[in-house]
Design a protein around this ligand. Structure first.
Ligand code: P6P
Length: 332
């Protein structure tokens, strides 16, 4: 497709008949990601690729870019009057938008820089976001009003900062992929309707935690690595980048199954990934592209959150594989 014919993000949103205020919100998110992509690329030159001397609510040492990216998101989203508040992985409490319009009804939950342990290895990292529409009145938005509205996820997406910067986005109708033109600083549509193949021969899991897996996950992975003479009758491949955005993006490119399951180690019962700004947006994207999104025992998107930063086990990807593994969980 000639570049001159390519649709940019604004044109695509218009073609989707996306609500005008939602389009405005998503364009502010995209602007944040363009800014973050630039800062990530310059980090080695600016000396910002390393760790800070602070930790986040998760107890994880923050990278300087975690903080920088978080600041970019908060500052940019404050400019959107339709956003009543934001929830960030890097900040314990909800952040109300002081410049929100009286009828602002959106809450944006985000992980500003997912996979940041990969920054110093120059591996792919990303930004994950979810847009919720508040159920009730938007004055004095509280964490409680966000938790009550978590099932009202109306848009989700991620930016992947790799050899190219990509934006993958859904408003519920389809999953579209955009590539950043770094010269024009605009996202252009490169794929309009991504579909995840229902079958796969590739899984993504951190094998180092094998001793903590449930019997269902252990059986599933053992069958995969048994190859053509095993129960699956075919050879499987494995990938694990340590960056959810990169591992999930692969599902949209060639199918697969991504697992960060419940672990029997202390504190691992709900896995590691957070519901509001990692599991739920990725589940929305994957299911909209025809894939499956389960905790192992229930759909990810059926969870009613009780805390802003709660975790959830995650099994995402090719529908037949997710269903197979979910059935193994129910049978065990
Ligand atoms: P582990 C990055 O820290 C992250 O939250 C996800 O991006 C990634 O999938 C996961 O953690 C990796 O976790 O335990 O393999 O280091």
């Amino acid at each position: 497709m000639e570049k001159t014919e390519r649709e940019d993000l604004a044109a695509w949103l218009k073609s989707q008949a996306a609500d005008v205020v939602l389009s405005d919100c998503l364009q502010h998110i995209a602007t944040s990601c363009i800014r973050i992509a630039h800062l990530v690329a310059r980090a080695p030159l600016e000396g910002t690729a390393g760790s800070s001397d602070t930790t986040n609510i998760q107890g994880e040492t923050q990278k300087q870019l975690d903080i920088i990216s978080n600041d970019v998101m908060i500052e940019q989203l404050r400019l959107c009057p339709h956003i009543a508040a934001v929830v960030s992985e890097e900040v314990p409490d909800l952040i109300a938008n002081p410049d929100a319009a009286e009828n602002a009804s959106f809450v944006v939950c985000f992980d500003p820089l997912d996979g940041s342990s990969n920054i110093e290895t120059n591996a792919a990292i990303g930004t994950i976001f979810s847009v919720l529409e508040l159920d009730g009145p938007t004055t004095d938005v509280t964490a409680e009003s966000v938790l009550q509205s978590a099932s009202n996820q109306i848009a989700a997406g991620y930016a992947l900062y790799g050899p190219s910067t990509l934006l993958v986005l859904t408003t519920g109708k389809s999953v579209a992929v955009f590539a950043l033109d770094p010269d024009e600083k605009r996202f252009f549509l490169i794929e309009a309707k991504v579909q995840i193949p229902e079958q796969t021969s590739e899984f993504a899991i951190n094998m180092a935690y094998q001793r903590f897996w449930s019997p269902a996950v252990a059986t599933y992975i053992e069958d995969c690595i048994s190859g053509e003479t095993g129960p699956r009758g075919k050879i499987f491949n494995m990938r694990w980048t340590g960056s959810m955005v990169a591992d999930v993006h692969r599902l949209f490119v060639r199918g697969g199954i991504f697992l960060y399951p419940a672990l029997s180690r202390p504190g691992g019962a709900q896995g590691k990934l957070r519901l509001l700004y990692e599991a739920a947006p990725m589940a929305f994207l994957v299911e909209t592209a025809g894939g499956g999104a389960s905790t192992g025992t229930r759909p990810v998107r059926s969870i009613e959150p009780e805390k802003l930063h709660q975790r959830a086990p995650v099994i995402l990807g090719s529908k037949e594989e997710v269903e197979l593994l979910t059935n193994l969980h129910h049978a065990s």
